[in-house]
Design a protein around this ligand. Structure first.
Ligand code: FAQ
Length: 317
């Protein structure tokens, strides 16, 4: 097939909602966009283990510890599915790690904020996983098959994560005055960064229009942010907590909540590497990579030994 015919076939697949699979022809920019988004998504899952990992040894009860441990472990699994999905596009895992460790690849801005109290575990599950679900449920229908399939399982697990966070917030907000204050303080600190997770406003988002055309993204950043606000404000009412936005107001005509200005300067500072914990997060990942060298060496040596043994057996047979 010539280039035009290949392009036409690809366009028809997109228009007919037939998923694009790794061996299908695809435009270079489509491949690059997916490698960028999927690898950054994978990095977010892996770096995202750090803020909560910080609380595993300090969880208030054995039940909370077991649940948090399972959640953090799930995030590792999500990272691995996503790295595998990205690998089908021709990039290697080592290349992706290198991009993360060298600071070239981004990961979600949200994971550059510190987790100061136990209530932050509640706020992360409720708000951060809640925002992740809002963004990822539409990705179950993204046009690239391996990414869409990975998202189905990820979303099921995220839904458990969101509920465990909400349950922590509910327990604290129905607890003592000090516990309720702790929950409110966590909401105050995580609310605005959670809204930033959806990315820049549509008029400042260089990738959205094309990603929507290719059906990689099904909704724009602003559409998803608005959906999240509409759902989450109602949940805050159930908790009896106050969303830290004096401009928040139901707009009958729009059928949505109006909300106050987001501090985009803060967002751009964080994604440029200057957030409160960027350095700490990257240092932790780099250190883990260096300290894991012996494990990778041992696994490789074992695989080579096994391969040699099997080859010798075959030869003898
Ligand atoms: N943080 O033109 P757009 C989770 C970058 S998973 C950092 O709008 P796009 C689970 C963007 O990459 C959370 N950078 O870009 C969990 C681009 O930079 P580039 C992660 C951001 O791709 C919970 C530039 O700004 N989820 O939380 C952010 O069309 C708890 C221009 O932006 C995903 O990755 C940001 N918030 O839309 C784990 C979902 N926003 O690449 C542990 C998949 C934007 O040109 C614990 N990704 N940027 O250098 C997406 O849906 C999209 O990539 C967006 C951005 C919506 C994030």
């Amino acid at each position: 097939m010539n280039a035009d015919a290949l392009q036409q076939k690809f366009d028809a697949q997109i228009d007919n909602e037939t998923s694009i699979e790794p061996r299908d022809w695809m435009p270079d920019d489509y491949r690059k966009t997916l490698v960028r988004q999927i690898s950054q998504h994978a990095h977010s899952e892996i770096v995202g283990m750090l803020p909560e990992g910080n609380w595993i040894t300090r969880a208030p009860t054995l039940r909370r510890k077991a649940v948090l441990l399972a959640k953090v472990q799930d995030e590792a699994g999500h990272g691995l599915y996503l790295y595998s999905a990205a690998e089908t596009l021709g990039i290697t895992r080592d290349q992706m790690y290198d991009q993360l460790h060298s600071g070239k690849a981004k990961y979600s801005s949200i994971f550059n904020y510190p987790t100061l109290t136990w209530a932050d575990m509640g706020a992360i599950g409720w708000l951060v996983d809640g925002a992740a679900i809002m963004n990822q449920v539409p990705l179950c229908r993204t046009s690239f098959g391996p990414y869409a399939r990975a998202m189905v399982r990820v979303c099921k697990e995220e839904s458990f994560h969101q509920r465990q966070g909400f349950e922590i917030m509910l327990t604290l907000s129905k607890g003592t005055a000090v516990q309720k204050k702790m929950a409110q303080d966590a909401l105050n600190r995580w609310w605005w960064p959670a809204l930033m997770m959806f990315g820049p406003t549509d008029d400042h988002s260089p990738h959205t229009a094309r990603s929507i055309r290719w059906r990689i993204k099904r909704f724009t950043n602003d559409e998803l942010r608005q959906k999240f606000i509409d759902v989450t404000v109602e949940q805050a009412k159930v908790l009896g907590l106050t969303v830290p936005d004096p401009d928040l107001k139901w707009n009958e005509a729009r059928g949505h909540y109006d909300f106050g200005p987001i501090n985009w300067q803060e967002f751009y500072e964080v994604i440029a590497g200057n957030g409160p914990c960027n350095k700490e997060r990257l240092d932790a990942r780099r250190k883990a990579w260096e300290r894991g060298q012996w494990v990778r060496d041992a696994a490789l040596a074992y695989a080579q030994k096994r391969q040699a043994r099997q080859a010798a057996k075959k030869e003898a047979a």
